[in-house]
Design a binder for this molecule. Structure first.
Ligand code: ADP
Ligand code: MG
Length: 392
């Protein structure tokens, strides 16, 4: 029986653990937060900080293999621990080094001719002022590291926005990147699962809708011509190979209909394709694969970690819509937070609800998700909308 160590005790790790348990593996988690979802689900929980070398070393030494669901860990520290303990980390620390830093990630894309938007790095306020003159409004500023769910992002529409951004960041400057704002027609993601024999398979292409920079809905099949979906898959596969990923690599795409003088890449069926970012781990959009595919993103990763042959995931019949449930829907009772699931009775099209067991609900915090299934794409989305409004 193998022991898989998971860095991070959030919902991604918990759903991965379900897939690992199914295959007879043991799972242990590492997270600084003793109230993280994994803490309540397993006896094998190590509470430790991300800089605690000794604890992390012990965690690696007691695992047969380690993976991560959380990306903001020091790559140098991980590399050192992998060397010392001999326990492999999937995906490797080198993959994480590229994907955890937006500037290195975009530079990788640019150097390898992957489609990427115009971007620039600012290491201090002086550089930020110079770069701001080269970018047309509106543009987006992001912290180079540490951002998620739209945190660490500023939409700059005019000079005043830039000035107030500078005021805010001057308190404690961190490296930032400037990105042109893409006129997005549609967002999509593609998850590649690649094993240590370099066999790589793709999950179906997901179509994603974001609200306030946070994933709102994912639908399957994507409302895109097959030729465009095939192109996205081939780009995602090429990226996973180039980065030499063992594990999962999610590629997030922007698709635009608008001609852009900076765009030097292929246009397919009127779509201009950009890679937005990578995630070398299970992805929120991939939760839909638990219901819509014969092999989920978590099953695929479990196979890779346990060295079990990898098969190509296939889409089940019908149309699916996955909706995120954010903290706003939760009701506070005393110091406990609850979701009123009575609405499920009137919504039989909802085939699954997954609650992550987070002890505190906050406004934009991802607390759970649900999936609807229908014979018609529009209906699956309408059903999701109805369930959401009945929950409130
Ligand atoms: P996160 O790490 O928070 O997921 P992203 O870079 O993926 O950060 O941004 C979150 C969302 O914000 C994207 O899915 C998209 O909707 C919007 N967004 C981010 N960058 C751009 C951009 N350059 N142009 C247009 N929209 C963007
Ligand atoms: Mg993203």
């Amino acid at each position: 029986m193998k022991t898989v160590g998971v860095l991070g005790g959030g919902q991604l790790g918990c759903m991965l653990a379900d897939a690992l348990f199914k295959l007879g593996a043991k799972v242990q988690f590492y997270d600084p937060d003793p109230t993280s979802p994994a803490y309540f689900r397993t006896q094998s929980f190590v509470q430790g900080g991300w800089e605690d070398k000794k604890k992390l070393e012990e965690f690696f030494a007691t695992s047969d293999i380690v993976t991560y669901e959380f990306e903001n860990v020091s790559v140098n520290l991980l590399e050192e621990i992998v060397q010392k303990t001999g326990t492999q980390l999937f995906p490797s620390a080198q993959v994480l080094a590229t994907t955890q830093n937006r500037y290195l990630e975009k530079t990788f894309l640019k150097n390898n001719d992957f489609p990427v938007c115009q971007f620039a790095l600012a290491k201090n306020i002086h550089e930020a002022n110079i770069i701001s003159q080269k970018f047309n409004f509106p543009y987006i500023i992001k912290t180079a590291t540490g951002g998620y769910d739209g945190k660490g992002q500023w939409l700059i529409k005019n000079k005043e926005d830039f000035e107030s951004f500078i005021k805010e960041i001057s308190i404690k400057f961190v490296e930032i990147i400037f990105e042109e704002k893409i006129q997005i027609e549609l967002e999509a993601s593609c998850i590649v699962a690649r094993n240590s024999n370099n066999k790589a398979v793709c999950l179906p292409v997901f179509e994603n809708v974001h609200k306030n920079h946070i994933l709102y809905n994912t639908t399957l099949p994507a409302h895109l011509p097959i030729s465009v979906q095939e192109k996205l898959k081939s780009i995602a596969l090429k990226a996973a190979n180039k980065l030499n990923v063992t594990g999962l690599l999610t590629t997030e795409f922007f698709l635009s209909r608008k001609i852009n003088p900076y765009y030097k890449f292929e246009c397919i069926e009127g779509y201009y394709i950009y890679i937005n970012e990578f995630a070398p781990r299970p992805h929120n959009s991939g939760h839909i694969s638990l219901n819509a595919c014969n092999i989920s993103q978590f099953n695929a990763l479990a196979h890779i970690l346990l060295n079990i042959p990898l098969q190509t995931p296939k889409l089940n019949d019908g149309f699916y819509c996955m909706g995120n449930l954010l903290g706003d829907t939760w009701i506070e009772q005393g110091n406990k937070y609850q979701l009123n699931l009575n609405a499920w009775e009137k919504n039989p099209e909802v085939i699954d609800v997954v609650l992550y067991g987070k002890s505190e609900a906050k406004k934009n915090r991802k607390m759970g998700h649900f999936v609807t299934h229908s014979l018609n794409r529009e209906q699956s989305i309408l059903d999701a909308e109805k369930f959401r409004s009945d929950l409130n």
